[in-house]
Write a protein that binds this ligand. Structure first.
Ligand SMILES: [Zn+2]
Ligand SMILES: [Zn+2]
Length: 342
């Protein structure tokens, strides 16, 4: 579908302004202007089914005239790199944005530091990665869910007790306390509520990440200038099904607390979710892919706190050398121990 796109024009030189840590900035003439938006207070709405249409957007670049298609609601022209603001085609649109706090440069520094600090990373990989440093900033579609859940369970409560028994140790009789557990049937129900369950809703990729929700601001397209902005690509009810997985650990903890006693066994439980609500916002993440020896390594850097995540290659040679080093330390210690203990 053809969409309208535009750029935020620099009053100084006519180039594009980009959002960078609290301001709009021109990278040609150093013009800058501060701007901010009020904090966004989460205002959950009842969960509804929203199905993405996944339409491609046909862009026509306002700077160079190039035409290209993309699924992004804001992006960079692939030819002249102008920051373009497009349109959101999916309904609903996001109401809030967690703006980038880290600049590209700061994010790269975080990544450099991270890779430098990796234990056992092959040196050749570290070099290759430095050459590749093409970092891109993305706003990812983020659904938040709030829900209550009513849980019925059956299980057992274990109570520890001790009995005195006689044991023979080295031929001598000793009275010892032996630990035993008595099990009692247990059943009941717990009622829990969850908020701010985060699901990144893009296809073909599972990004599990906790964004800093307190930094959310009222939606303003100026935040998007210079970043690739994705719309949601997963049905809201499917995303909610996925979010339920995040509730399991706390549900089981609550069941154990309810059973009480010293030990607990959970045999079976049912969950009834109700009062489900949702929110839709955009969340900032820098990404970098590195191809190394035929494998792809993806790094993600949180656009607010700079936390780095990603798989990494291991150098088996370094691990082997380290293992030999540790083994020799142990052998040395044993030798000294043998020698001085006699
Ligand atoms: Zn300018
Ligand atoms: Zn262009």
């Amino acid at each position: 579908m053809k969409i309208k796109s535009k750029k935020i024009t620099c009053p100084g030189c006519g180039a594009d302004l980009r959002y960078e840590a609290g301001m709009l900035r021109c990278h040609y003439c150093s013009y800058k202007e501060q701007f901010s938006q009020p904090p966004y207070a989460l205002r959950y709405k009842p969960l509804q089914r929203f199905t993405p249409t996944l339409q491609k957007k046909e862009y026509s670049c306002v700077s160079c005239g190039a035409e290209f298609s993309s699924d992004a609601a804001a992006t960079l022209c692939p030819y002249c790199k102008t920051a373009l603001l497009g349109e959101f085609l999916e309904k609903p649109k996001p109401l809030a944005v967690i703006p980038f706090k880290l600049t590209h440069k700061e994010a790269l520094q975080r990544l450099h530091q991270h890779i430098k600090n990796l234990w056992f990373a092959p040196s050749a990989f570290v070099k290759e990665y430095k050459r590749a440093s093409q970092l891109e900033g993305y706003y990812l579609p983020l659904f938040l869910f709030a829900t209550k859940v009513f849980v019925r369970y059956t299980g057992e409560r274990g109570e520890v007790y001790y009995v005195q028994t006689t044991r023979y140790i080295n031929g001598r009789a000793r009275v010892v306390n032996e630990r035993r557990v008595r099990w009692y049937p247990a059943s009941g129900s717990v009622d829990l509520s969850f908020r701010d369950l985060q699901e990144v809703v893009i296809k073909d990729e599972y990004v599990r990440h906790k964004f800093t929700l307190q930094e959310a601001k009222e939606f303003d397209e100026r935040f998007l200038s210079g970043f690739v902005t994705k719309e949601y690509q997963i049905d809201s009810l499917l995303a909610f099904e996925r979010a339920k997985a995040q509730t399991i650990a706390r549900i089981e903890m609550a069941i154990r607390a309810d059973i009480g006693g010293d030990l607990q066994r959970i045999h079976h439980y049912t969950r009834e979710y109700y009062d489900e609500e949702m929110e839709y916002l955009l969340a900032p993440m820098y990404r970098l892919s590195i191809e190394w020896r035929g494998e792809k390594y993806d790094y993600r850097i949180d656009g607010v706190n700079g936390k780095v995540e990603g798989e990494r290659p291991y150098s088996w040679l370094k691990i082997l050398l380290f293992a030999i080093f540790i083994a020799s330390l142990i052998a040395g210690a044993l030798y000294l121990f043998e020698r001085f203990s006699n």
